[in-house]
Write a protein that binds this ligand. Structure first.
Ligand code: APR
Length: 184
Protein backbone atom coordinates (compact mmCIF):
# COMPACT_ATOMS: atom_id res chain seq x y z
CA UNK A 1 0.00 0.00 0.00
CA UNK A 2 1.58 3.21 -1.20
CA UNK A 3 1.99 6.05 1.34
CA UNK A 4 -0.07 8.38 -0.84
CA UNK A 5 -2.94 5.91 -0.57
CA UNK A 6 -2.49 5.05 3.11
CA UNK A 7 -2.59 8.69 4.14
CA UNK A 8 -6.03 9.04 2.55
CA UNK A 9 -7.47 6.22 4.67
CA UNK A 10 -8.57 6.99 8.22
CA UNK A 11 -10.07 4.75 10.88
CA UNK A 12 -12.33 6.50 13.35
CA UNK A 13 -14.71 5.43 16.08
CA UNK A 14 -18.16 7.00 16.13
CA UNK A 15 -21.62 7.37 14.70
CA UNK A 16 -21.51 7.65 10.91
CA UNK A 17 -24.60 9.91 10.88
CA UNK A 18 -22.46 12.63 12.45
CA UNK A 19 -19.62 12.47 9.91
CA UNK A 20 -18.97 15.72 8.00
CA UNK A 21 -18.11 14.21 4.61
CA UNK A 22 -19.48 14.51 1.06
CA UNK A 23 -21.13 11.09 1.31
CA UNK A 24 -21.72 8.44 3.93
CA UNK A 25 -22.28 4.84 2.92
CA UNK A 26 -25.32 2.96 4.20
CA UNK A 27 -25.25 -0.80 4.82
CA UNK A 28 -28.74 -1.37 3.48
CA UNK A 29 -30.89 -4.32 2.45
CA UNK A 30 -32.14 -5.04 -1.08
CA UNK A 31 -35.42 -3.12 -0.56
CA UNK A 32 -33.51 0.10 0.33
CA UNK A 33 -36.52 0.97 2.50
CA UNK A 34 -34.67 1.04 5.83
CA UNK A 35 -34.01 -1.44 8.59
CA UNK A 36 -32.09 -1.66 11.86
CA UNK A 37 -28.44 -1.03 12.62
CA UNK A 38 -26.67 1.67 10.68
CA UNK A 39 -29.50 1.64 8.08
CA UNK A 40 -31.98 2.58 10.77
CA UNK A 41 -29.70 5.23 12.24
CA UNK A 42 -29.14 6.86 8.83
CA UNK A 43 -32.86 6.94 7.99
CA UNK A 44 -33.72 8.38 11.41
CA UNK A 45 -31.09 11.11 11.06
CA UNK A 46 -31.88 11.91 7.42
CA UNK A 47 -35.63 12.15 7.93
CA UNK A 48 -38.56 10.77 5.91
CA UNK A 49 -37.50 12.29 2.58
CA UNK A 50 -34.67 9.74 2.40
CA UNK A 51 -37.08 6.81 2.33
CA UNK A 52 -39.22 8.65 -0.21
CA UNK A 53 -36.25 8.97 -2.56
CA UNK A 54 -35.17 5.39 -1.89
CA UNK A 55 -38.62 4.22 -2.89
CA UNK A 56 -37.98 5.55 -6.41
CA UNK A 57 -34.78 3.51 -6.84
CA UNK A 58 -36.33 0.09 -7.31
CA UNK A 59 -34.16 -1.69 -4.75
CA UNK A 60 -30.50 -2.73 -4.92
CA UNK A 61 -28.77 -6.05 -5.58
CA UNK A 62 -26.11 -7.34 -3.14
CA UNK A 63 -22.74 -5.88 -4.16
CA UNK A 64 -24.37 -2.96 -5.98
CA UNK A 65 -24.71 0.66 -4.81
CA UNK A 66 -27.08 3.58 -5.44
CA UNK A 67 -26.80 7.23 -4.41
CA UNK A 68 -29.39 9.57 -2.88
CA UNK A 69 -29.31 12.98 -1.25
CA UNK A 70 -28.53 13.20 2.47
CA UNK A 71 -31.41 15.50 3.50
CA UNK A 72 -31.07 16.30 7.22
CA UNK A 73 -27.71 14.50 7.51
CA UNK A 74 -24.51 16.61 7.59
CA UNK A 75 -23.34 14.69 4.49
CA UNK A 76 -24.71 15.86 1.12
CA UNK A 77 -25.22 12.33 -0.14
CA UNK A 78 -25.85 8.77 1.04
CA UNK A 79 -24.52 5.92 -1.04
CA UNK A 80 -26.62 2.85 -0.26
CA UNK A 81 -25.00 -0.54 -0.75
CA UNK A 82 -26.13 -4.05 0.09
CA UNK A 83 -23.49 -6.31 1.60
CA UNK A 84 -23.46 -10.12 1.44
CA UNK A 85 -25.09 -12.19 4.17
CA UNK A 86 -22.32 -14.37 5.68
CA UNK A 87 -22.93 -18.04 4.87
CA UNK A 88 -19.55 -19.46 5.83
CA UNK A 89 -17.34 -17.70 3.30
CA UNK A 90 -17.58 -20.06 0.32
CA UNK A 91 -20.61 -18.48 -1.36
CA UNK A 92 -18.86 -15.52 -2.95
CA UNK A 93 -19.15 -13.32 0.14
CA UNK A 94 -15.64 -11.81 -0.12
CA UNK A 95 -16.16 -10.88 -3.78
CA UNK A 96 -19.59 -9.37 -3.09
CA UNK A 97 -18.24 -7.38 -0.15
CA UNK A 98 -15.35 -6.08 -2.27
CA UNK A 99 -17.79 -5.02 -4.99
CA UNK A 100 -19.75 -2.99 -2.41
CA UNK A 101 -16.63 -0.93 -1.67
CA UNK A 102 -15.64 -0.73 -5.35
CA UNK A 103 -19.09 0.44 -6.49
CA UNK A 104 -19.38 3.05 -3.73
CA UNK A 105 -15.99 4.51 -4.68
CA UNK A 106 -16.87 4.43 -8.40
CA UNK A 107 -20.09 6.39 -7.75
CA UNK A 108 -18.27 8.87 -5.50
CA UNK A 109 -15.60 9.42 -8.17
CA UNK A 110 -18.23 9.80 -10.92
CA UNK A 111 -19.90 12.51 -8.86
CA UNK A 112 -16.64 14.26 -8.09
CA UNK A 113 -17.03 13.65 -4.35
CA UNK A 114 -13.85 14.11 -2.34
CA UNK A 115 -14.60 12.65 1.11
CA UNK A 116 -16.44 9.46 1.96
CA UNK A 117 -17.25 7.49 5.12
CA UNK A 118 -17.95 3.74 5.28
CA UNK A 119 -19.49 1.74 8.10
CA UNK A 120 -18.26 -1.82 8.55
CA UNK A 121 -20.54 -3.33 5.92
CA UNK A 122 -22.12 -6.74 6.62
CA UNK A 123 -20.47 -7.18 10.05
CA UNK A 124 -23.66 -6.65 12.07
CA UNK A 125 -26.95 -8.34 11.23
CA UNK A 126 -25.38 -9.94 8.15
CA UNK A 127 -22.87 -11.79 10.31
CA UNK A 128 -19.64 -11.27 8.37
CA UNK A 129 -16.68 -11.87 10.72
CA UNK A 130 -15.16 -8.48 11.50
CA UNK A 131 -11.48 -9.29 10.83
CA UNK A 132 -12.17 -10.91 7.47
CA UNK A 133 -14.48 -8.04 6.51
CA UNK A 134 -11.92 -5.41 7.56
CA UNK A 135 -9.30 -7.11 5.40
CA UNK A 136 -11.58 -7.00 2.35
CA UNK A 137 -12.66 -3.40 3.07
CA UNK A 138 -9.17 -1.97 3.60
CA UNK A 139 -7.42 -3.85 0.78
CA UNK A 140 -10.19 -3.09 -1.73
CA UNK A 141 -10.31 0.62 -0.87
CA UNK A 142 -6.51 0.89 -0.98
CA UNK A 143 -6.43 -0.66 -4.44
CA UNK A 144 -9.29 1.52 -5.73
CA UNK A 145 -7.87 4.78 -4.34
CA UNK A 146 -4.90 4.37 -6.70
CA UNK A 147 -7.43 4.83 -9.54
CA UNK A 148 -9.20 7.82 -7.95
CA UNK A 149 -6.62 10.51 -7.06
CA UNK A 150 -9.44 13.05 -6.60
CA UNK A 151 -10.92 11.18 -3.65
CA UNK A 152 -9.07 12.90 -0.82
CA UNK A 153 -10.23 10.90 2.19
CA UNK A 154 -12.02 7.65 3.01
CA UNK A 155 -13.03 7.16 6.64
CA UNK A 156 -13.84 3.78 8.16
CA UNK A 157 -16.30 4.61 10.93
CA UNK A 158 -16.28 1.88 13.57
CA UNK A 159 -19.20 1.82 15.99
CA UNK A 160 -17.42 -0.13 18.73
CA UNK A 161 -13.95 0.10 20.22
CA UNK A 162 -13.30 -3.54 19.44
CA UNK A 163 -14.13 -3.03 15.75
CA UNK A 164 -11.85 0.02 15.67
CA UNK A 165 -9.07 -2.08 17.18
CA UNK A 166 -9.52 -4.79 14.53
CA UNK A 167 -9.50 -2.24 11.71
CA UNK A 168 -6.33 -0.60 13.02
CA UNK A 169 -4.53 -3.94 13.44
CA UNK A 170 -5.65 -5.10 9.99
CA UNK A 171 -4.50 -1.90 8.31
CA UNK A 172 -1.09 -2.24 9.97
CA UNK A 173 -0.81 -5.86 8.82
CA UNK A 174 -1.80 -5.02 5.23
CA UNK A 175 0.60 -2.06 5.11
CA UNK A 176 3.45 -4.19 6.49
CA UNK A 177 2.72 -7.03 4.10
CA UNK A 178 2.76 -4.68 1.11
CA UNK A 179 6.07 -3.17 2.32
CA UNK A 180 7.69 -6.40 1.24
CA UNK A 181 6.26 -6.16 -2.25
CA UNK A 182 7.64 -2.71 -3.03
CA UNK A 183 10.20 -1.45 -0.52
CA UNK A 184 10.10 2.35 -0.11
N1 APR B 1 -22.57 4.42 12.81
C1 APR B 1 -21.59 3.59 12.35
N2 APR B 1 -21.68 2.25 12.38
C2 APR B 1 -22.81 1.72 12.89
C3 APR B 1 -23.88 2.51 13.38
C4 APR B 1 -23.73 3.90 13.33
N3 APR B 1 -24.67 4.74 13.77
N4 APR B 1 -24.87 1.66 13.82
C5 APR B 1 -24.42 0.40 13.63
N5 APR B 1 -23.19 0.43 13.07
C6 APR B 1 -22.31 -0.67 12.70
C7 APR B 1 -22.55 -1.99 13.37
O1 APR B 1 -21.97 -2.00 14.67
C8 APR B 1 -21.81 -2.91 12.41
O2 APR B 1 -20.43 -2.89 12.72
O3 APR B 1 -22.53 -0.94 11.32
C9 APR B 1 -22.00 -2.24 11.04
C10 APR B 1 -22.96 -2.95 10.11
O4 APR B 1 -24.00 -3.55 10.89
P1 APR B 1 -25.54 -3.49 10.40
O5 APR B 1 -26.04 -2.11 10.52
O6 APR B 1 -26.27 -4.57 11.15
O7 APR B 1 -25.47 -3.84 8.85
P2 APR B 1 -25.23 -5.24 8.11
O8 APR B 1 -24.49 -6.21 8.96
O9 APR B 1 -24.66 -4.86 6.79
O10 APR B 1 -26.71 -5.81 7.94
C11 APR B 1 -27.57 -5.12 7.06
O11 APR B 1 -29.27 -4.91 8.70
O12 APR B 1 -30.10 -2.89 9.36
C12 APR B 1 -30.33 -3.96 8.54
O13 APR B 1 -31.55 -3.04 6.70
C13 APR B 1 -30.31 -3.56 7.09
O14 APR B 1 -31.16 -5.70 6.43
C14 APR B 1 -29.99 -4.90 6.47
C15 APR B 1 -28.97 -5.49 7.43
Amino acid sequence: MKPEVLNRMNIVRGDITKEQVDAIVNAANPTLLGGGGVDGAIHRAAGPELREECRTLGGCEPGEAKITRGYRLPSRFVIHTVGPIWRGGTHGEPELLASCYRNCLRIAAERGLRTLAFPSISTGAYGYPIRAAARVALSTVAAELEKYPNIEEVRFVCFSGSDEQVYRETLRELAAASEGSHPA
